[in-house]
Ligand binder design. Structure first.
Ligand SMILES: Cc1cc2nc3c(=O)[nH]c(=O)nc-3n(C[C@H](O)[C@H](O)[C@H](O)COP(=O)(O)OP(=O)(O)OC[C@H]3O[C@@H](n4cnc5c(N)ncnc54)[C@H](O)[C@@H]3O)c2cc1C
Ligand code: FES
Length: 267
């Protein structure tokens, strides 16, 4: 984990309030794992004071070879993300990372379901690209992408390019299945029980996905989002209850953000 100044390579609007931000970074990110994150702040000024956490969306490798940096996919929800939306190529940001524990990938995982709610798609594209690099048989892999409406759906073409079977749900029915992404998950499990589920998205979605997986004894890894202050295990601001009798807490920034769904209590 190092702090560095990262030059903005691009900042492309990809949805009504979503951006893909390309950042030139040191080669240390070549070892980053899907699910790990960075914390980011603008270099000038103290407003907002705190760094903000973002998943690593992709590694940028020109011509599939020369490593350039990383991409972040972000949604504008407040002050920092509004500032980031105005960044231009050549601007710079202070970044710290790679941080946290990412998804754990095993050779024995053949039937894989990825579940993404809204901006939760961010770490899952990186995961899919790494799985493809490792020679994953795309025929065993599905991605379920959900959003409130058609405009919330991101990265569909990227998954299709990887030949991953892609299923869509929206709350309002403007694209794909009308209803919850967990409807698609239950149908997909019914059709073919997966070896592993990887999920990232809103808290309630993750709670439901974990419940479905745990009740069917399917391995499941979920990437949690909490408010983070330090991002490095120093402030105890991101505590989450672990599932044992000890009453202990884990910390999303250092023990996660990716957890085995069997090991934590999601309120
Ligand atoms: C490990 C991790 C990875 C993340 N990855 C991404 C990503 O890839 N793309 C992305 O767009 N966002 C991601 N987030 C969420 C992102 O960090 C927040 O949206 C961002 O910090 C908001 O900053 P802001 O100053 O714009 O908003 P603020 O003004 O700080 O807050 C605006 C609103 O967003 C809520 N909020 C702020 N931080 C969080 C948070 N961490 N989780 C949930 N709600 C929050 C606040 O409660 C408030 O309602 C991630 C969060 C974590 C913990
Ligand atoms: S954010 Fe400070 S301990 Fe996790």
């Amino acid at each position: 984990m190092i702090q560095q100044t990262a030059k903005v390579l691009w900042n492309k609007k990809v949805g009504p309030s979503c951006y893909r931000l390309g950042l030139e970074t040191g080669r240390g990110y070549l070892d980053a794992k899907p699910g790990q994150f960075i914390t980011v702040k603008t270099e000038d000024g103290f407003d907002p004071l705190l760094r903000r956490p973002f998943s690593i969306h992709r590694l940028i490798a020109e011509n599939d070879k020369a490593f350039q940096g990383i991409e972040v996919l972000f949604k504008v929800v407040g002050r920092s993300t509004m500032q980031f939306s105005k960044l231009k190529p050549g601007d710079s940001l202070s970044i710290l990372g790679p941080l946290g524990q990412g998804f754990s990938i095993q050779e024995s995982h053949r039937e894989i379901i990825m579940v993404a709610g809204g901006i939760g798609i961010a770490p899952l594209l990186f995961l899919a690209e790494v799985l493809a690099e490792k020679g994953m048989d795309a025929s065993g892999c599905k991605v379920l992408i959900g959003g409130g409406t058609k405009q919330d759906l991101l990265c569909i073409d990227d998954f299709k390019t990887l030949n991953i079977d892609t299923h869509i749900s929206t709350d309002d029915g403007s694209c794909g299945h009308k209803g919850l992404i967990t409807d698609l998950l239950e149908a997909a499990i019914e059709e073919n029980k997966p070896d592993i589920i990887f999920a990232c998205g809103p808290h309630l979605m993750l709670k439901a996905v974990a419940g479905i997986a745990n009740s069917r004894s399917i391995r499941c890894q979920i990437s949690l989002e909490t408010i983070m202050v330090c991002g490095i295990g120093a402030c105890l601001g991101c505590a989450v209850r672990v599932k044992d009798d000890s009453g202990k807490y884990g910390h999303v920034c250092v023990d996660g953000p990716v957890f085995d769904s069997r090991n934590i209590l999601i309120d």
